[in-house]
Design a protein around this ligand. Structure first.
Ligand code: AMP
Length: 249
């Protein structure tokens, strides 16, 4: 079985992002970029399935600017067999990425597609669900455990009320939650090996996908600064303040 894994290049989770002074977006010049953490979990899961003998090939896909090739090399250092960069300078929204992935699903015919549950830059949490709808495939989102048995994936999902287990027929779309696994560290020998693995670069046009933006960002602003907290003498004072000053009770 072939697995397709979507990996997005995002601002590293340790970076404190700054809004550009003209309010048009977030400043990403000279900022460390990394693979979206949920996508690292997706690659790790695919590699574990391969190690169990359930998967024969892992194809990592990234959509975006040319440096996304680094993200694909990281995926290949974790264990993906090859990479596909769908290269564009356009600002991609989840629907455009889902359309690209749908075209690649048609082309590559994977038995499983694994994505992160959300990208930590836009926090959209939409691409996997949109892909499932476009490709008309079953979806199991927010996976915290995946087992592949008899042509089906049994997926434990983290939902508001606790854990839910669903069984989906393959091919299917799975999105990863934080507790699915802990991605391995990439070793130097594997980084070196990854440099030799095949990486194909194609344009969205070649897949017949129009990536034109459908959303216009009007303004980006920093959240309001929080004021310092205060200590109150007793519960009565706290209740009085909540009632009279904060007016929340
Ligand atoms: P989002 O819907 O934007 O929160 O993203 C959810 C998941 O879709 C991510 O964790 C990735 O697996 C995948 N994804 C989103 N954008 C891209 C992209 N530009 N390239 C590759 N994968 C992406």
């Amino acid at each position: 079985m072939k697995v397709l894994v979507a990996v997005k290049r995002v601002v590293d989770y340790n970076v404190k992002v700054r809004v550009k002074s003209d309010g048009t977006g977030v400043d990403i010049a000279n900022v460390k970029m990394s693979m979206n953490p949920f996508d690292e979990i997706a690659v790790e899961e695919a590699v574990r399935l391969k190690e169990k003998g359930l998967v024969t090939e892992i194809v990592a896909v990234s959509c975006g600017v040319s440096p996304c090739q680094e993200t694909l090399r990281t995926a290949m250092a974790i264990g993906a067999d090859r990479g596909i960069l769908v290269e564009t300078d356009a600002e991609l929204q989840p629907l455009a990425v889902a359309k690209i992935l749908k075209a690649l699903v048609d082309k590559e015919q994977p038995g499983l597609v694994i994505l992160g549950k959300q990208a930590i830059d836009d926090d959209c949490n939409q691409t996997g669900q949109m892909l499932a709808a476009l490709a008309d495939l079953p979806q199991a989102t927010f996976a915290s455990k995946v087992e592949v048995v008899d042509g089906r994936a049994v997926v434990t999902r983290e939902v508001d009320g606790g854990l839910e287990t669903v069984s989906v027929s393959l091919p299917a779309i799975i999105t990863t939650d934080l507790r699915l696994n802990e991605p391995r560290y990439v070793t130097l020998p594997n980084i070196m090996k990854a440099k030799k693995k095949p990486l194909e670069v194609i344009k969205p046009d070649a897949l017949g996908v129009n990536v034109a933006s459908r959303i216009k960002t009007l303004k980006v602003a920093e959240p309001a600064k929080r004021g310092a907290g205060i200590k109150v003498a007793d519960v009565a004072t706290l209740v009085a303040k909540l009632k009279n000053e904060a007016k929340v009770i």
